[in-house]
Write a protein that binds this ligand. Structure first.
Ligand SMILES: Cc1cc2nc3c(=O)[nH]c(=O)nc-3n(C[C@H](O)[C@H](O)[C@H](O)COP(=O)(O)OP(=O)(O)OC[C@H]3O[C@@H](n4cnc5c(N)ncnc54)[C@H](O)[C@@H]3O)c2cc1C
Length: 415
């Protein structure tokens, strides 16, 4: 009997941990490597939403029009570190081009199959018992304080409907029945009944890593310095000055993936949208759903250890220190939706969304290679799409048909 082919997965976030488990289930001998504990990157601090409605790209004609005003508003969901602008310019240019109306329609169509498949794949990935313990299938709610903000959002809800997302407009008593603690100032809600949220994003990722380990896979702590090609052409990882080669490699290092692609002679326009959270340990208000503010674009999610306020986009690269004011803004805004919300003793966090300018992930082979797979760039939706991406990577490595057609996510789309 021939030995199982070896695969390294670089990065143990939601995407890498699921890819590793899916590869193992396809018969590969898997090493999952990360510089930290599994799920301690962006996958640690996200809003925990499994978004079956995640078809609207970040760049849209509406957003592009609002950008100048947003940059002047200190409470706005968008901030830019101006010193980073020269580095960001090529990414921004592609971002603006992706916001053209015909591109937005095409991107939404490309995101739809991942969105529709995402929750089912988490169930398959985790197994029914762990899934039930981790995931609340109670729907998601987006809320709006004014008629104007609700009206502005209608084109996005139409786009979602055109792409198969079920949603229901709620007002007055019907809205309060879903979410009793909402402020009377909230005028409109859009309920997405098929949405879900996890109660502890890091624990969800760690469940996948634990299953990998329990079935004989290796979960290794180590900082990868470089990706290399061994003399026989196989991919290799340099860790602590030593190089180890594998039959295959999956690069799933989230926002840090670009330099590993460069190590292999390629390049892709991956940047980061930094985001923040404030974890409230004693919220004092019962919240039933993951609630998104349509006015300020952040989420309020009930979790196992409290309520998490998460969101905001800061364009500032991987190196700048956090600006904790961005997280404190969420603590000022959230009680306007849930009066009485106790924000004392909040724990603040900042992390790096791995973002492609067209809001589509990269899932597939490194151009020109049949040994290196790429799985990164999931932006605002990497928790949601972690399991389905993992299943796709497992299938592609095994030469089997992936559960979702991978052609829209090919690296080659960037030329
Ligand atoms: C505030 C905020 C809210 C969000 N809310 C949601 C949400 O509600 N729903 C949703 O679907 N998505 C959400 N997201 C997005 C989501 O968190 C990310 O898209 C997702 O976590 C990306 O997963 P990943 O596995 O690609 O990357 P990561 O989780 O960042 O994992 C990459 C891993 O690579 C490792 N790594 C990097 N460099 C090296 C190296 N040199 N050597 C070894 N290891 C390395 C890192 O340590 C890390 O663990 C949110 C993001 C933010 C910031």
């Amino acid at each position: 009997m021939s030995a199982a082919r070896t695969v390294a997965v670089l990065g143990a976030g939601a995407v890498g941990a699921c890819a590793a488990l899916a590869l193992q289930r396809r018969g590969f001998a898997v090493t999952l490597i990360d510089s930290g504990e599994p799920g301690s990157g962006a996958s640690y601090g996200n809003a925990g939403i499994l978004s079956c409605s995640g078809v609207v790209p970040v760049a849209t004609p509406t957003i592009l029009k609002r950008v100048p005003k947003m940059l002047l508003d200190p409470l706005s969901p968008l901030a830019v570190r101006w010193s980073y602008l020269p580095k960001l310019a090529p990414w921004l240019w592609q971002f603006v081009r992706a916001g053209a109306p015909d591109r937005v329609e095409a991107i939404a169509r490309a995101l739809a199959p991942l969105s529709h498949a995402c929750i089912g794949h988490w169930r398959d990935m985790l197994g029914t018992d762990v899934f039930r313990a981790q995931v609340r299938e109670v729907g998601n709610l987006a809320v709006y304080k004014t008629d104007a903000s609700f009206e502005t959002a209608q084109w996005a809800w139409d786009l979602r409907r055109r792409n198969g997302v079920r949603c229901e407009h709620l007002q007055g008593d019907a809205l309060r029945q879903q979410e009793p603690a909402l402020s009377p100032d909230v005028k409109h809600g859009m309920f997405v009944p098929d949405g879900a949220n996890v109660v502890d994003p890091q624990a969800t990722v760690q469940s996948a890593a634990a299953q990998l380990r329990a079935a004989g896979g290796t979960v290794r702590l180590g900082k990868v310095e470089r990706v290399e090609r061994a003399a026989d052409g196989r991919p290799a990882l340099r860790v602590d000055g030593a190089s180890e080669s594998f039959d295959m490699l999956t690069i799933a290092a989230g926002a840090h993936s670009r330099r590993f692609v460069r190590d292999l002679g390629g390049d892709l326009p991956l940047d980061t949208e930094r985001g923040y959270h404030a974890m409230l340990p004693t919220p004092a208000v019962a919240i039933r759903h993951a609630v998104s503010s349509g006015d300020h674009e952040f989420a309020i999610t009930p979790m196992a250890s409290g309520v998490r306020l998460a969101g905001t986009v800061e364009l500032g690269g991987l190196d700048a220190a956090p600006n904790w004011e961005r997280a404190k803004i969420l603590m000022r805004l959230a009680p306007t939706l849930f009066p009485g919300l106790d924000t004392r003793d909040a724990k603040l966090w900042m992390g790096f969304r791995p973002s492609m300018p067209d809001s589509l992930p990269v899932i597939g082979w490194l151009p020109g290679s049949d040994r290196v797979l790429l799985a990164f760039g999931h932006g605002h939706l990497g928790l949601s799409f972690g399991a389905v991406t993992g299943a796709m990577i497992g299938a592609m490595a095994a030469g089997a048909p992936p559960p979702v057609d991978p052609s829209p996510y090919r690296a080659e789309r960037f030329g």
